[in-house]
Design a protein around this ligand. Sequence first.
Ligand SMILES: NC(=O)c1ccc[n+]([C@@H]2O[C@H](COP(=O)([O-])OP(=O)(O)OC[C@H]3O[C@@H](n4cnc5c(N)ncnc54)[C@H](OP(=O)(O)O)[C@@H]3O)[C@@H](O)[C@H]2O)c1
Length: 338
Amino acid sequence: MRALHVSEPWGLDQLKVVETPDPEPGPGEVLVRMRAASLNYRDYLMVGGIYGRGASTGGAVIPFSDGCGVVEAVGPGVSRFQVGDRVATLFFQGWIAGPPTLEKLSTALGWPIPGVGRELGVFSQEGLSKVPDFLSDEEVATLPCAALTAWRALFEDARPQPGDTVLLQGTGGVSIFGLQFAHAAGFRTIITSSSDEKLQRAKALGAATLINYRQEPEWAKPVRAATGGVGADVILEVGGGGTIQQSMRAVRVGGHIAIIGVVAGPGEPFNPASLIGNSAKLQGLSVGSREMFEAMCRAIDQHRIRPVVDKLFPWTEARAALEAMARGDHFGKIVLKF
Ligand SMILES: NC(=O)c1ccc[n+]([C@@H]2O[C@H](COP(=O)([O-])OP(=O)(O)OC[C@H]3O[C@@H](n4cnc5c(N)ncnc54)[C@H](OP(=O)(O)O)[C@@H]3O)[C@@H](O)[C@H]2O)c1
């Protein structure tokens, strides 16, 4: 079979398609033929050697955590799956349920565990989940990381109440899932973007208030204006240092800021004054468990939520797909097709 490998000195130039022996499932393991994989910003950082920086297999990393595939064979003792089942790979192979622990969070696919950038993969039966039938393979492949992160931030951690307002930053993978989930659950949504065209696409998905953060760098002001001076109840903070000061000004008193990502760069030095003034919570999070994934899939099924697959590349053109991600001109998800 063929697989993507990246190794020292890291970088997009080092991403290669290599021939490797077909894997065979051992006890409790499942052989999956991959059909689609989706990209996360983490993959871009990982291939560049900025994140992870360690070989996951034979001196190289097999990148990408989010895959959809079909079970081709099962090893002895496998009870969760049969040949022919369609599955998603779980981001954390060892986080089944309960609160996170260091051990559970050390089982991410891509790094340190070999990822889904390969035609055939062997996974523990515990690290796979069945998926809603109505979704395409490409749509399923978007769920393991970005969707589950948005889901957990909203419904496990922040738990907004009827009438609440949820704020999303930008129109990347996590934020568009956050928009779709919050809208389906009946919350009022505000979204920021650098692009008016992307804001119109977000409106079509239910966003009530649209803010261009290039035109309104002090976007906390229009957020307050749109909420009668109160502020947003929940903010999915994907920007990091570059957006946190505005988030702490835009959040309502007692509100929740889910600390998710770093796409906006380091920004100004951290000043907690408005966080203190707003008695708000900051909570970091890293994706979620299988139990949370299953709860999310039930909601996706019930509300018929279709993930936004914006760009599709053949898997052997992963480099071009990662370059597209770095440009940031996508809306929602970028997906590789096998
Ligand atoms: N903690 C976790 O478990 C977890 C899970 C998944 C992702 N993450 C992190 O979350 C972040 C987002 O991930 P993703 O996969 O959604 O990335 P993505 O799809 O690459 O998102 C890129 C988008 O971010 C937006 N953006 C960039 N600068 C911004 C700014 N200053 N203000 C608002 N939006 C800005 C842009 O939206 P516009 O083009 O609309 O301006 C851009 O298109 C990354 O840092 C990723 O590593 C963390």
